[in-house]
Design a protein around this ligand. Structure first.
Ligand SMILES: *Cc1c(COP(=O)(O)O)cnc(C)c1O
Length: 299
């Protein structure tokens, strides 16, 4: 495993395919997944200003919450380590006999893991009370500082303003809010929800935008969840293996494979108008594929 973050590894991959050519459409993928082998690109961007704030305010420990395969937990463990701050991860569910690779690596990076039952986990206020004196980061890095950090993602494509559409996966909506902030008035930001029927998301994204940004053009699609959050039916796995074979593009089961699929559908059905230039953010999350049985994926 690499010990450092390699911002120089981030590049833009152009996708070549018949379904794009037919619609005279450009699809480029901004590969922020290449930042680090296990630290998901988008989580790192979202965390940077929380860490800075914690340090400036004199905290020596940050704490956050997540599940056993959480991209956010592992990113927090590594980001804290690099920032020289202690970290605590409150993990949903009883401690398993065998830890997931995600949790094992988070521990190796120095994170203290606190397991709590699902019922306690849902009571965030009482969890926070039990760990006083630490700097709390919301689950998934949700919040305004997270959006400010995510706004820097587009700096890694020098022509980002030339695209007509910017497409990304949506969990909490924090990354999307950042992309909206960084986009121009003429661009449309398209979000693909990883959840089923999370219809409060539009409002949640708005809540992270400064007033002057709320006029910007964004749209969230709710029909590409493949059954729900983290659900991965055989069609999705097959699709992911195809993406790998055809484009050497690795994707994750929770967010980026579904986003790519949605973009393909929307281009093919002209829901994204022919002649468009799309920049899709590959937000990372590949480490989460380790929840699958060995050899499920070709990459
Ligand atoms: C967390 C995550 C997202 C969702 O980001 P939000 O800011 O919560 O909407 C998208 N892609 C990947 C790979 C993620 O890990």
């Amino acid at each position: 495993m690499k010990g450092t973050l390699e911002f120089g590894n981030i590049y833009t991959q152009t996708i070549e395919a018949n379904w794009l050519e037919k619609k005279d459409t450009v699809l480029d993928i901004l590969r922020i997944d290449l930042l680090h082998e296990v630290v998901s690109g988008n989580k790192w961007f979202k965390l940077q200003y929380y860490l800075q704030d914690a340090r400036q305010r004199g905290y020596d420990t940050i704490a956050t919450l997540g599940g056993a395969y959480s991209n956010h937990i592992i990113a927090t463990a590594f980001a804290s380590k690099y920032a020289g701050i202690k970290s605590i991860g409150v993990i949903r569910g009883e401690r398993p006999r065998v830890l997931s690779r995600t949790l094992e690596q988070a521990m190796e990076a120095g994170m203290e893991l606190d397991f709590v039952s699902r019922s306690i986990y849902s009571d965030k206020a009482s969890i926070m009370q039990q760990l006083p004196g630490v700097y709390w980061v919301n689950e998934g890095g949700f919040g305004i500082r997270g959006a400010e950090g995510a706004a820097e993602i587009l700096q890694y494509n020098p022509h980002a303003f030339k695209y007509t559409h910017i497409a990304c996966a949506v969990g909490t909506g924090t990354m999307m809010a950042g992309l909206i902030i960084a986009s121009t008035q003429k661009q449309q930001v398209i979000g693909i929800s990883a959840m089923k029927g999370n219809l409060g998301l539009e409002q949640q994204v708005q809540s992270l935008l400064p007033v002057q940004e709320q006029v910007k053009n964004f749209h969230i699609f709710h029909d590409y969840h493949f059954g729900g959050y983290a659900k991965h039916p055989p069609e999705l796995i097959h699709y992911m293996n195809q993406l790998w074979e055809q484009h050497r593009l690795p994707t994750d089961i929770v967010y980026t494979a579904k986003t790519f699929y949605a973009v393909e559908q929307m281009v093919t059905q002209s829901l994204i108008p022919p002649g468009s230039k799309i920049l899709m953010i590959h937000s990372g999350g590949l480490q989460g594929n380790r929840s699958l049985p060995d050899k499920t994926l070709a990459f």
